[in-house]
Each structure stands twice: as structure tokens, then as C-alpha cells.
Design a protein around this ligand. Sequence first.
Ligand SMILES: C[S@@+](CC[C@H](N)C(=O)[O-])C[C@H]1O[C@@H](n2cnc3c(N)ncnc32)[C@H](O)[C@@H]1O
Length: 260
Amino acid sequence: MPDQAPRGETPTRSPRASLRTSVVWEVLKEAIDRRAEATGSPVLDILDTGGGSGSFAVPLGRLGHRVTVVDPSPNALFALERRAAEAGVADRVRGVQGDVHGLFEVVEPGKYDAVLCHGVLEYVDDPAEGVRNAVDALRPGGALSLLAAGLGGAVVARALAGHFAEAHRALGDPAGRWGEGDPVPRRFTAEQLTELARSAGAEPGAVHGVRVFADLVPGALVDTQPGALDSLLALEAAAAELPAFHSVATQLHVLARKPG
Ligand SMILES: C[S@@+](CC[C@H](N)C(=O)[O-])C[C@H]1O[C@@H](n2cnc3c(N)ncnc32)[C@H](O)[C@@H]1O
């Protein structure tokens, strides 16, 4: 029997970190469950492009799925191997050194039930090619999970920190950058991310705003007030679905499906 994570469990080990992952995890898990039901197979093949140290890959392995992580960073792959071993899923979670642009040098196209591309499109040379490769890696009917930095969230965060000129610059910059010191090379609107999926041949589905409030509220408030973390998680879950909040979310998540 696979090591099943209980329903509702988030993939992170610390409650505070669940603010970063819970919305995406719930959406992703539902899509994976739907795919498993549609294929009649409880064990799916999942590809995590730029999966890093496995913050999603390892929990997906714990659900019993076979997960391949492609990442260019040897350090990340080393951390992934250790994390998978600690979680007892080393036989189901495999790391491969590679790049989303040269994806098919290291994995086969058309072999995956779900492909994740989380926190990667900000950094790659050509996001459109990256998403095309992610879609080409899917089996017909497979699920694509895109997560990337949102433009509006960065503008709001810079403005609330008192950096008004930087906020203004990000607003007008084609890549959504607030200045030379900005560590993020590119940010997206929900429309841009959805269009990337569509142009790559996938049918975009649900869009969620991730971390609408979490990065704006003082950490001490969440850590010290009884019940505050749970209330904030519930608020984030409710706001995530509302298009009005997509334009100010720190990250945007788009779920899409390969036709067939
Ligand atoms: C912000 S981390 C996100 C890690 C993981 N996906 C997550 O959500 O926790 C970005 C990851 O993308 C990887 N990366 C950077 N450029 C890449 C590329 N061209 N192709 C694939 N992965 C890349 C990095 O090595 C890093 O592990």
C-alpha cells in the first residue's frame, strides 16, 4: 500500500510554511485525484520541472505516485534525494539533472499524467518554450500546474514598504521588475500565465491567487495570536478563487489540461 498522506494535509512540515503551499496543494491534489479516477490508476506518473528540493515532489510521492524531478541544480537534487529518503519515498521520487528547455534530453515526451512548473517561469530564458515542453511531456488529458510570481503582488508589496518609485517602475516594466536589485527576473499577470498555457496547446482551467495577504501581515501577529494562522489560511483559501484578488496576489496558479 502506498504511504497515503491524509486528505487536507499540506506538503510542508511547518504550519507557517503552509501559508505558501496550502492553496496550490489543495488545487493540485484535486486535479491529481481526478486524473487518477479518469485513468483508473491510483499511481500516476508526475513530472516536476524545476522541482528543486522536492517541496511538492516528496508529498506527491507520499501519496503513492511516481515523481520525476528535473532541475539544473545539483544542490537542489542532493537535498531532494535526502528529503525523499527521510520521507521513505526514495523508490518513487527520482531526481534528474536537466533544464526545462532541454527537457526531452532527459525525459520522454507524452509520458506524464501531470506536469508541475512551480516558481520556474520567472527564471527561464523563454517561458513560452518552457510551457510548451511541459505540455508536450503530458499524456492526453494530463494536468498542467503552473505557479509563478504575480506582478500586482510585487507592486503592492513595494508600495507598502514605502518604495513608491520602485512600485511604479514594476507597474510599467514589461517584465514586472521594480529595479536593478530585483532578484526576480520576470513576473506575470493571470492573463499572461493563462495565455502561455493556451498557446502551448493546453486548455486553461481554474486560476488561483496565492498569498494574497500572507506576505503583507506582520509575522508576529500570525505567530502569537491564538487561531490567527488558521483564520488566515481560511481567508487565503476563500480569496484565492476570487478574480478580484488575483491582481494583488504574490503568486498566481493556473491549472490546465492537455486535450484528448
Ligand atoms: C524558486 S525554486 C522553486 C522550486 C520548486 N518548484 C518549489 O516550488 O518549491 C526554482 C527552481 O527552478 C530551478 N530552475 C532554474 N532554471 C531552470 C530551468 N531553466 N529549467 C528547470 N529548472 C530551473 C532552480 O534550480 C530551482 O530549483
